[in-house]
Design a binder for this molecule. Sequence first.
Ligand SMILES: [Zn+2]
Length: 369
Amino acid sequence: MPRLLVHAAIVAALAAASPLARAQHAAPTRTEVAPGVHVFATPPYGEVGLDGNSVAIIGGDGVLVFDTNGAPAAARAVLAEIRKLTDKPVRYIVNSHWHWDHWYGTEVYREAFPDVVVIAQEHGRRMMEGPAIAFNKPGLERDLPGYLAMLEKRQADLGAQQPPADAARLAALRERITMVRFFLEQKQGVHHVLPNLTFEKRMTLHLGDRVVEVRHEERAVTPGDAYLWLPQDELLVTGDLLVNPIGFALSCYPTGWLRTLEVLDALDAARIVPGHGAPLRDEALLHATAAVFRKLLAHGRDAKARGKDADAAKAEILPALETLRKQIAGDDQAAYESFPTYLVDWFLHRVYDELAGPLDDEIAPIPAQ
Ligand SMILES: [Zn+2]
């Protein structure tokens, strides 16, 4: 992958040029979910990207950071906030899985703390090492630059228009372009820092008196999902095993994902930090998501036996999921709209793949609509 250096001066100029780009550098929002456990959420990259939650666990002799955002700039902003809370070093990073929005900021921690131990599940690391980089390549080299060029052409056309185009419309377009360019430069400039410690099923870290269990059950969202259980706080940090409000089922492992959610459920967590979205005070979303998966697994098996393809199966089951769909989406209209694709369509296609034979660890393409 070509390495483009993002010069501080360019970033500063971009930030000065646009309120949106300034928002990108705004302090992340912070929620303390247990004493010394802080969840950081960063602003989205306009319409082109979204960071995962980053969680700092401050222990007696150091800090553990679970997931490092999707870009160095975001990780830098989170680290600046952590430094306001403690002067203890970040000793451990845990990357939940290979999706870029959970580990592309790790270099910031490695620079600041050269001895930091970066942990992932062994299959998670294997995905990060090769398949993840290859999967992101077309987006970085073709799709995002193409999208940027399209926006720039639209800007040029609008600028040349007579009578002149609406100034507010032009300004909004300029902001979008600034954000897409910023995001592209951030991702192209990433220095991929791979985990230097892997585990298979369980690993326990002691941060002073604080106990952090790093766990993996089986293939679920990806071949190697890691999550945290903090027994003293009854706190569960799920990564994308649970997303508030809706998960992203592309290339998932349906049976393993449901079984994993059942293990998480049995922990009876007092609080849950999902991979994206606000922390949860109850298990309602966990139960609803598991209920959708249970219905889709059963319906997929039945529909396939009746000779229906995955798209027909989806059309059949969608009305029966309406109550769960509303419960999961709440008043989030965008989540309601994306439910049939991100959760139902992608999950069902994988149910069919799974029924056709054991799944491998290849990243499955987006099913045609
Ligand atoms: Zn994610």
